[in-house]
Ligand binder design. Structure first.
Ligand code: SF4
Ligand code: SF4
Length: 427
């Protein structure tokens, strides 16, 4: 039974809850709201009463269930190891089955499924973004909304790329004597907002003699849809991606986004329960999916000769879906510490959620901002000039927070700093 198809699938998880309240100590939402509905225990009680038939799914209940960044901090501290991430996914999917999807989300997820149209929309949007967005003074990084649409007036969004990442590179990037062939899943954020991150992935892999397939037909990973309960859209996107990558003939699949990585490693298999053909495909690709940091440290160790000096003081933020979701936290640090010239300074609580959580930051901008403020304060105490992370969504949130705090810091993916070092090594 899948969390996406039945609320009964999480009955055993609910039964494990001791109501001890340990989860209060780590929940970023509870820390801001100090209200039981914010924390895992409170939502577990709601889901229990829903399952018992004591309450019905209503819009108000769905709103309460939206109060979770899916950061998995409660999973980690829970004495009974409750997979609260599964509980919240199952509950949200139940919400959509019973009440339907919010009209705005319906339009957004439909657009994501119509890849060509979405692509055209993003390219057109890049030309006219100045109409809706006001560039941040002195920054070529991004802009704030001109009108308050309720998604965060203070948030600084990166500019839409005039040429998306996948339009900048061919579907096959060859090298003279390849060690292996990998396929790169860029995800939407790297494709449309951060092609610089994608370029660094290509630069680092080719530097390490890895041939790269970049399937043109790849779609959104489906995480925005699945975490909001739109299981049908998530399934459609997963199937499309599985077909596209199956054709690539690659030995491994690489990802530089923590949420996309979780989708390929975990969600696709769960979404495909009951569909023998796609389940087999999803399991096969899950077993050969790697985060770029994981790949460069554990699979094909990155070349250390040829690294040039990078004069940066760097701190690192652990993306929740990479750290707790995939247990990858040593690898990015190993890469950063290997770069000549980099002085690494650990921040306080590097694994605490930054408050982005995809659509959560748009639905709850104020709460997201407050969670971000705590992270930015921890970053400030490191006095570093660079914040590294391993997820484009975290990069967006951290960069916005850094700009709004008036700090002058670069916010980069670890692979961008590694690419910078290889480039310096050639000078
Ligand atoms: S820590 Fe675990 S067992 Fe304790 S209240 Fe939270 S979810 Fe329940
Ligand atoms: S996943 Fe994170 S935000 Fe959600 S209830 Fe658990 S600790 Fe709180």
């Amino acid at each position: 039974m899948s969390v996406y198809t039945s609320l009964d699938s999480v009955k055993d998880e609910l039964l494990k809850c001791l109501k001890c309240g340990n989860c209060q100590a780590v929940c970023p939402i509870y820390k801001e709201m100090r209200h039981e509905v914010a924390v895992a225990r409170g939502k577990i009680v709601l889901v229990e009463t829903l399952l018992n038939g004591e309450i019905e799914m209503t819009d108000r209940l769905a709103d309460k269930l939206s109060l979770c960044t899916t950061c998995m901090a409660c999973n980690q501290i829970c004495p009974n190891g409750i997979r609260f991430d599964k509980v919240i996914l199952a509950a949200r999917a139940e919400g959509v089955r019973k009440k339907g999807l919010h009209p705005i989300k319906k339009i957004a997820f439909k657009a994501l499924k119509l890849q060509r149209l979405f692509d055209l929309g993003m390219k057109t949007g890049s030309k006219f973004q100045g109409l809706a967005m006001k560039r941040v003074k002195g920054q070529d990084y991004g802009a704030r909304m001109r009108i308050d649409l309720g998604i965060g007036k203070e948030k600084v969004f990166p500019n839409l790329a005039s040429k998306p990442f996948r339009s900048q590179f061919p579907s096959e990037v060859k090298v003279p004597n390849p060690k292996m062939k990998v396929a790169f899943f860029s995800g939407c954020m790297i494709n449309y907002f951060y092609p610089d991150m994608g370029k660094s992935v290509v630069d680092v892999l080719t530097e390490n003699d890895i041939e790269i397939a970049i399937p043109a037909d790849q779609a959104c990973c489906g995480i925005p849809a699945s975490v909001n309960g739109d299981v049908d859209s998530a399934k459609e996107q997963a199937k499309r991606n599985l077909r596209a990558f199956e054709e690539s003939g690659a030995d491994a699949l690489l990802i530089a986004c923590s949420s996309c990585g979780s989708a390929w490693k975990h969600s696709f298999s769960e979404l495909m329960e009951g569909d023998a053909y796609y389940k087999e495909l999803a399991d096969k690709w899950a077993a050969k999916t790697y985060d770029i940091n994981e790949f460069l440290v554990n699979v094909v160790p990155f070349k250390r000769d040829g690294l040039g000096e990078v004069k940066r003081t760097v701190t690192y933020h652990d993306p929740c879906h990479l750290n707790r979701g995939q247990n990858i936290n040593k690898e990015p640090r190993e890469i950063l510490k290997a770069i000549p010239g980099v002085q690494f300074i650990e921040m306080k609580e590097p694994g605490r959620c930054c408050g982005m959580a995809g659509s959560f930051s748009l639905v709850h901008p104020e709460l997201s901002g407050k969670i971000s403020d705590k992270k930015i304060a921890d970053i400030a105490t490191t006095s570093t000039n660079t914040v590294a992370t391993a997820c484009p969504a975290c990069r967006l949130q951290l960069a916005s927070g850094v700009i709004n705090a008036g700090m002058n810091k670069d916010v980069l993916h670890t692979v961008q700093i590694l690419a910078e070092s290889y480039a310096k090594g050639k000078q």
